[in-house]
Write a protein that binds this ligand. Structure first.
Ligand SMILES: C[S@@+](CC[C@H](N)C(=O)[O-])C[C@H]1O[C@@H](n2cnc3c(N)ncnc32)[C@H](O)[C@@H]1O
Length: 292
């Protein structure tokens, strides 16, 4: 991230505060760090440090909260997407297939939509789409149909009830299968892709020239969004079409042509880093337009 000691940085996903701690170590007394986390549990990890401001909200409101704190632009933005180890390991949160708990999966416990609502009220076609697109579940159609049949007889309230009712449709390794199913539900409950898109779209305007954005993703859906946005600064595919394109000047330069992935050693130390990919972009100092 090329931390400038008196710079202003944002950690969009504070969690246990590991990355924030590393940033704070590089900042001097004039540096500032704004940290976001929509999970109230993260608050307890915030260090007592006058340089840090905790924002207990979704990072999709990045610019709005920066403005609220009188910050117009920043030297760097970091996001380490998805669920924290704390959220996975806390049985009651309902993120893990290892424990029995209510089907919850909310990162932000103020929101009303839970995995229970998704499983028990979404239509068969909505469920099919979620499992196919967000979980890449091979038999998403059969899974959706079975859920709708089963829930007519009893509500699928707990993780065990859900897993037991669906034993018959599992394809391949049950742990892997349910991990994909849970990933799909979690992405839907937390609108993870929607929030990521909104956050990415704010990056070009909040970064100072020379400032960097570093995003760590954990699955291909997220990685594709980051990769494409860093390259084209849009999610609108027609904008790249030479027939419809008006000249568009990108503000970001891709620093990582290929994503940075963990080494064998890191994966051994931290299994959860396994599927991570880090991509970095930098805001151009002089835009092509200015150079002409
Ligand atoms: C993978 S963990 C981050 C761990 C952190 N980097 C650390 O060093 O401990 C992701 C954290 O980001 C939060 N989070 C995920 N999506 C978010 C969003 N859209 N807005 C705010 N916080 C979010 C989660 O609640 C979780 O605590």
């Amino acid at each position: 991230m090329k931390i400038v000691p008196d710079g202003v940085y944002v950690d969009c996903t504070f969690g246990g505060g590991g990355h924030s701690k590393a940033i704070l170590e590089k900042l001097n007394q004039n540096g500032k760090l704004i940290v976001f986390d929509q999970d109230d549990d993260a608050k307890q990890n915030v260090p007592n440090d006058p340089r840090i401001i905790f924002v207990p909200h979704n990072f999709r409101h990045l610019q709005r909260f920066l403005k609220l704190h009188n910050i117009k632009s920043v030297d760097g933005v970091l996001a380490d997407l998805g669920v924290s180890s704390h959220q996975f390991d806390e049985a009651d949160r309902g993120f893990s297939i290892r424990y029995d708990a209510e089907l919850d999966m909310r990162m932000d416990q103020r929101q009303t939509l839970t995995a229970f609502t998704v499983v028990n009220t979404y239509s068969e076609s909505q469920l099919h789409k979620i499992f196919e697109q967000y979980g890449e579940v091979t038999n998403a159609k059969t899974l959706a149909k079975t859920i709708v049949e089963v829930r007519n007889n009893s509500s699928l309230k707990s993780i065990d009830a859900f897993k037991n009712a669906l034993r018959g449709v599992v394809k391949g390794n049950p742990n892997r299968y349910f991990a994909q199913v849970f990933q799909a539900l979690r992405i839907e409950v937390n609108d993870e892709l929607g929030a990521l898109k909104e956050m990415l779209q704010q990056i070009p305007s909040i970064l100072k020239p020379g400032g960097r954005a570093a995003i760590i993703t954990f699955h291909s859906l997220e990685d594709r969004l980051v990769k494409n946005f860093f390259r084209h600064e849009t999610f609108d595919e027609t904008e790249g079409d030479p027939f419809t394109m008006t000249e568009k000047i990108n503000q970001l330069k891709v620093i990582t042509k290929k994503p940075i992935e963990p080494s064998e050693k890191e994966m051994k130390q931290n299994k959860r880093a396994r599927s991570s990919k880090l991509r970095v972009a930098e805001k151009l100092v002089a835009l092509a337009k200015d150079k002409r």
